[in-house]
Design a protein around this ligand. Structure first.
Ligand code: UDX
Ligand code: UDX
Ligand code: ADP
Length: 463
């Protein structure tokens, strides 16, 4: 089938950038991104592309290039479904906060709602593509809903997991390591796979487009994220040992990374990984394993999360003990709130958990992040339900100016590796702080020698 019309349900960090790139690379395809959230859609349509809701380097230009030509953002979900030959489902699948599987299983209610809507609206055959990360066998559930509640039209379900990393989404989409498409082994399934392969082949070399069965594709996404997160937890585990033994984790990481079997990437010790995927996907893997009675498998992967929680907690504990075991009423400046640089996404960011610990000790937190506003910071803290909105607002402030954020503080904690942090006037910051002035670098970002020469007491991870 020659594809000329695509729709994507969910205009978030995955759906937005992915569809913008498809539209740019496939000018012959009309791409419509729909979302229930009117404010979000309005921001995607904002004349000034600096105001689109997802911050990603280079994304603004890509949106500007195609928007209004073959790329549209809309809240008219039914219309977009009706017109499309391929429908991507890219809605959020958070970890369940209630009922069975609470805290572990993925909450599929948004996916199910989408499936029911597609079934209700569709008047001709459709290809439905799972883009969100989902537990293995979700495609089966979607298929069952579509086949049993639809208007008798044929649906093919494909799994096409997204491997883009935030902060480098545009780059990753333009030249992906691979594109993975899973589908049914039947002839119709293979034809559907081919239709989607042809879309990607407009810019991705064929040998990088892998096709598999649906389950392999679904499980590959969880596995990739579990392996990546495991590397971070592994190096973070070594960072604690390095601190005790006098080894330096940066040196260890370099030494092991030069072994081509290990490789140099994802060996950066940090205050802990965050983001919407790693924790959620591993918990999902743990839940699935347990549900099959594979307790050893479940325990093995759960340890990656346990290590990550420990790394965040030990960072905040160290701040408290270094500041003479009391941080009540002390101002602590947070450099960075996003879960990594070059994104405005804060989901599961280590900063949230570190702040929560320090607020429990009654510290005053002053946040500066180039792309995250106060509303988001407070909403992230409120989401933990540790204390009331008022209590959070009382102890947490945020600043648009980094020098104001740091003035009069007792300590600075670096939580995100934004490049601009390296180039500040650190002498000026030092002069404005309480003494002794501490820097806790959760990203091993700053130039240790320079910072120490100014007079700071500087602590990094793993040395
Ligand atoms: C290892 C290290 O590779 C080497 O750098 C170090 O100096 C000594 O220890 P070795 O034990 O000789 O070397 O073999 P290696 O190739 O690492 O394999 C170890 C075991 O893992 C073998 O039983 C191998 O069959 C198994 N293995 C390895 C797998 O089961 N799967 C793999 O993908 C790789
Ligand atoms: C991840 C996967 O990389 C991507 O393929 C998948 O599609 C979605 O999940 P993302 O969450 O955007 O992407 O960011 P990633 O770059 O993987 O970083 C995740 C977290 O690990 C961040 O908090 C990052 O700071 C941390 N990290 C990463 C480290 O602490 N050390 C490292 O060496 C690498
Ligand atoms: P991701 O990182 O997976 O892209 P986001 O939370 O950024 O996740 O985006 C998911 C988007 O999906 C949100 O904007 C949300 O409003 C939207 N969404 C959720 N359910 C539906 C639905 N049934 N119909 C349309 N949009 C939906």
């Amino acid at each position: 089938m020659k594809i000329t019309n695509i729709c994507c349900i969910g205009a978030g960090y995955v759906g937005g950038p992915t569809m913008a790139v498809i539209a740019q690379k496939c000018p012959h395809i009309k791409v419509t991104v729909v979302d229930l959230n009117e404010e979000r859609i309005a921001r995607w349509n904002d004349e000034n592309v600096d105001n689109i809701p997802v911050y990603e380097p280079g994304l603004g230009q890509i949106v500007a290039h195609s928007r209004g030509k073959n790329l549209f953002f809309s809240t008219e979900v039914d219309k977009a479904i009706d017109e499309a030959q391929i429908i991507f489902i890219s809605v959020n699948t958070p970890t369940k906060t209630y009922g069975s599987g609470k805290g572990m299983a993925a909450d599929l209610k948004y996916i199910e709602l989408c499936a029911r809507q597609i079934a209700r609206v569709s008047k001709n055959d459709k290809i439905v593509v799972e883009k969100s990360t989902l537990p293995v066998r979700t495609a089966e559930a979607i298929k069952s809903i579509l086949d049993n509640t639809g208007n008798g039209v044929q649906f093919q379900i494909l799994s096409n997991p997204e491997f883009l990393a935030e902060g480098t989404a545009v780059e990753d989409l333009l030249s992906p390591d691979r594109v993975l498409i899973g589908g049914d082994t039947s002839q119709e399934g293979q034809r559907a796979i081919q239709s989607l392969v042809d879309v990607y082949a407009n810019w991705v070399p064929r040998e990088r487009i892998l096709t598999t069965n649906v389950w392999s594709s679904e499980l590959s996404k969880l596995t990739a994220n579990a392996f990546l997160a495991q590397r971070v937890s592994s190096i973070n585990a070594m960072s604690e040992l390095c601190e005790k033994t006098g080894a330096n984790v940066n040196e260890v990481a370099k030494a092991i990374g030069m072994d081509s079997r290990i490789g140099p990437k994802f060996l950066k010790a940090s205050v802990g990984f965050g983001g919407s995927c790693f924790q959620k996907d591993i918990l999902n893997l743990v839940y699935i394993s347990k549900s099959f009675g594979l307790n050893e498998v479940a325990d093995y992967w759960e340890q990656v999360i346990i290590m990550n929680d420990h790394q965040k907690r030990r960072f905040s504990k160290n701040i408290v003990s270094t500041l003479y075991n009391t941080i009540a009423d002390k101002k602590i400046a947070f450099l960075g709130w996003a879960f990594k640089k070059d994104t405005n996404d804060t989901r599961e960011s280590a900063a949230i958990y570190v702040a929560d610990d320090l607020i429990n000790e009654q510290a005053k937190i002053a946040v500066y992040d180039p792309k995250v506003d106060y509303k988001q910071v407070i909403s992230d803290l409120n989401y933990l339900e540790t204390r009331s909105d008022d209590q959070n607002k009382k102890l947490v402030t945020s600043y648009n100016d980094v020098y104001e954020a740091c003035a009069n503080s007792h300590a600075i904690a670096v939580l995100t590796e934004w490049d601009e942090f390296k180039n500040y006037d650190w002498q000026k910051i030092y002069d404005s702080m309480q003494k002794p002035a501490f820097v806790f670098d959760g990203r091993n970002l700053l130039d240790a020698q320079k910072i120490k020469e100014i007079g700071f007491i500087y602590q990094e991870i793993g040395s």
